[in-house]
Design a protein. Structure first.
Length: 758
């Protein structure tokens, strides 16, 4: 399979494959991508309007030819007659598909296999998994994994200004680079061991020379904007500058803003260079969250090219894997998801419109706590219960009630979704077993451990998202009834586990979706309490999904809600049972588990996060809230003396709108105005970094950007953040923010009785 595909202007494809001994070979092939048009509702494909559409395409200069073929338009359906249209270029497919609705605007036609990304489409066609024509593809490698580990060259923009983002520090006056091979583990160190510095043209020329010397397969860039910046800085014309294996570059997409699950994000521009893949650190989820080994594992599973997979979302990669399974069943991929929800009564809609089961946590600090998790609960529900768009509410079992609480039937025929997910579940289990064995060996191989961790993490992200994607309106093969059924099964499983654990002498402190936290029930004698491992085995047998003992804790603290009414579902912290009694600062991350508190959030200044971590260590060592407050007082005194490095007070916020669109003048508004005045990129979805210097001002003088010199900071502002962070720590012990604030100030509550009778 091609490692990199370059799409030429004449419609041909230059496919680059990695040579076993090093380097890469390019092969140019004729390519005719194909899409399909079907009549909605199984209508006769010989009708006049369908023949008119075929005549329109036959006469179009961007069409090589058409043909009627038989294909399935959804799982479980019989093949039907559809129109296949072969295009002259991969970039023409969408425009041609739109014309189906222009010729017949009444909506009688549906298009398929339209919007696959170019490299993915080519791979499907070249490997015989789709209908497009690739001349000479028979001699191409069919193994989706590269013939060798790709050589990776990392090119970084240094922080020329303190705290600057990679997005911001794009003046090409110096570039740092290092070489990595194989699964992302260092083997060569830095290229020549020196930083590249000089004039922009000198830097561009030196980068080009170093790339030529190393001959990497992948360039890992802090930002893909380096591609045009380096090319424009070169002494030669941009089209003659070679970051790739041939000169030139191509912009694939411009920057854009998007909204996902209520969060506004920014997608940088994407670029391609001949013969080499680009991974943009500012625009890659899988490479940042896993490793090169994880990325390559998903390349093999999805058949997406490495560069496309690097910038793809989790749902995009899951869809690619689903498309490959659809190809196995000769099912076409709809352009637009338009499958309507089946009729349901108001009562059923009410019962179905719920998520996973959550139990209100027992606020407080609890000792001897155990965390139990169902292994890949949602994927395993799908696989063990055969939940799939083609099986849920099937017509052949419409009178059967399989889904608890909803009464939906589930067909006995094998669903396609379990076929997609079961290999992922099985492979991750095998990887985890190998990982455990390697860690337990007398001489563990750290490179092997890193590789297995990356692969396991990559699969985990796909499994985590497979359930929610069923309810996504744009999912190619999604169906809302699947989403509802999976939740219903999961709620029943977690509730049954809770009841069995309580019957066995354990108190359930908290439960959320697939996890339970338990401690010995205080009113049950130890001799009457059933062993936790025996209970887990019994629950596993009943559910058909393994209940794992995830971790043991010396103690876990569940935080109250901000208004004090009940417990916060995802805000807790605890000390692991296998941690040393006295935890050093550099051992913190291994000793403690944090969720939802300040030190866990990306927008918390480093100094405030460090104060919270220190307070947790003090609480663990002393069990004394006053000692915690004393440590917070010391940190606050440092703030007020001006002894804190402003670098440690930098806040990072992701903006959701332009500066002038905010209703109130905030720190973010001031930072955006300063960034705009400084000529730095701003806009929805981008991060902005700043230090608060005077929170009382309603002008841009309220803050300084992280890249600007800071002579002073607003100590009161950061002292308030410390109060909130320490209140997270002491909240489970019934301390409020006011209590923390008074303790830091040295105040004590006093009543009339405290003065005595004198």
């Amino acid at each position: 399979m091609a490692f990199v595909t370059d799409f030429l202007d004449d419609g041909r494809v230059r496919a680059w494959t990695l040579d076993p001994g090093g380097g890469a070979t390019a092969t140019t092939r004729e390519y005719a991508p194909r899409f399909y048009v079907a009549a909605r509702g199984g209508r006769d494909a010989d009708r006049g309007e369908f023949m008119d559409l075929r005549a329109h395409y036959e006469a179009h200069p961007d069409v090589l030819g058409t043909a009627f073929v038989h294909k399935r338009t959804f799982f479980g359906r019989d093949p039907e007659r559809v129109l296949a249209v072969d295009s002259t270029h991969v970039d023409r497919v969408r425009a041609l598909a739109r014309q189906a609705h222009e010729v017949e605007p009444t909506g009688d036609f549906a298009c398929y296999d339209v919007d696959q990304s170019p490299g993915f489409r080519y791979h499907l066609d070249a490997l015989g998994e789709s209908g497009g024509r690739v001349v000479g593809a028979g001699d191409a490698p069919t193994d989706p994994t590269p013939a060798r580990d790709p050589v990776t060259l990392e090119i970084s923009v240094p922080e020329a200004e303190r705290g600057a983002d990679a997005h911001e520090a794009l003046d090409v006056d110096s570039v740092a680079s290092s070489t990595r091979r194989g699964n992302g583990t260092a083997s060569g160190g830095s290229v020549d061991g020196v930083r590249i510095e000089g004039t922009p043209s000198d830097v561009a020329g030196d980068v080009e020379s170093r790339i030529a010397d190393v001959d990497p397969d992948v360039l890992v860039l802090d930002t893909a904007q380096l591609v045009p910046r380096l090319a424009n800085a070169s002494a030669r014309a941009p089209g003659e500058y070679a970051l790739g294996r041939e000169p030139g570059y191509r912009r694939l997409a411009g920057e854009s803003t998007y909204t996902s699950y209520g969060q506004v994000g920014h997608s940088p521009a994407r670029y391609a260079i001949p013969g080499r893949a680009i991974i943009d650190r500012a625009n890659t989820f899988f490479h940042n969250e896993t490793s090169m080994a994880g990325v390559l594992d998903l390349v093999a599973r999805s058949h997406k090219p490495l560069q496309e997979l690097a910038w793809a979302s989790i749902g995009n990669v899951l869809t690619a894997i689903q498309i490959r399974k659809a190809r196995d069943r000769d099912v076409l991929v709809p352009w637009h998801a338009w499958r309507a929800e089946s009729f349901a009564s108001l009562r059923t809609l009410h019962d179905a419109d719920r998520g996973g089961l959550t139990l209100s946590p027992a606020v407080g600090r609890h000792h001897d706590v155990h965390e139990l998790d169902f292994a890949s609960l949602y994927p395993n529900v799908i696989c063990t219960r055969n939940v799939s768009p083609d099986t849920i509410r099937c017509r052949c079992h419409r009178n059967r009630e399989d889904v608890p609480g909803l009464g939906y039937a589930v067909c006995d025929d094998d669903g396609y979704l379990p076929e997609v997910l079961q290999p992922l579940v099985d492979d991750r289990e095998a990887i985890k077993a190998d990982l455990a064995a390697e860690r337990a060996s007398d001489d563990p191989d750290q490179e092997r451990i890193a590789e297995l961790e990356g692969r396991s993490s990559a699969i985990k992200w796909i499994l985590v998202s497979c359930f929610g994607y069923q309810g996504f309106s744009n999912a190619k093969f999604g169906r809302i009834e699947c989403h509802e059924a999976i939740n219903a099964y999961a709620r029943e499983i977690l509730l049954a586990a809770k009841e069995r654990l309580e019957a066995g002498g354990w108190r359930v402190l908290h439960g959320i979706v697939d996890s339970l936290w338990v401690t010995p029930a205080p009113d049950v004698p130890e001799r009457e309490r059933e062993p936790l491992d025996a209970l887990a085995s019994e629950i596993t047998a009943d559910a058909g999904i393994r209940l794992e003992h995830e971790a043991s804790y010396d103690w876990v603290a569940f935080c109250p809600l901000a208004d004090g009414d009940g417990g916060a579902l995802t805000k807790y912290f605890g000390k692991r049972a296998d941690a040393p009694e006295s935890v050093a600062s550099d051992e913190f991350s291994d000793a403690f588990k944090l969720r939802g508190v300040a030190a866990r959030r990306r927008n918390t200044p480093e100094f405030v996060a460090a104060v919270q971590r220190e307070c947790l260590r003090v609480l663990d060592a002393t069990d004394d809230p006053d000692a915690v407050a004393e440590r917070a007082r010391e940190a606050t005194d440092r703030l007020r003396r001006g002894d804190v490095d402003p670098d440690r007070l930098v806040a990072r916020r992701r903006t959701s709108q332009p500066a002038d669109a905010y209703d109130r003048y905030t720190d973010v508004t001031a930072a955006l105005e300063r960034a705009r005045d400084a000529g730095r990129p701003t806009g929805p979805g981008r991060d902005v970094q700043y230090v608060v210097v005077d929170t009382d001002r309603d002008t841009r003088e309220r803050v300084r950007l992280a890249s600007e010199p800071v002579e002073r900071y607003d100590a009161d502002h950061y002292a308030t953040q410390i109060v909130r962070a320490v209140a997270d720590v002491l909240g489970p012990l019934d301390w409020t923010r006011d209590d923390v604030r008074d303790a830091i100030r040295g105040h004590e509550d006093a009543s009339i009785d405290a003065f005595g009778d004198d």
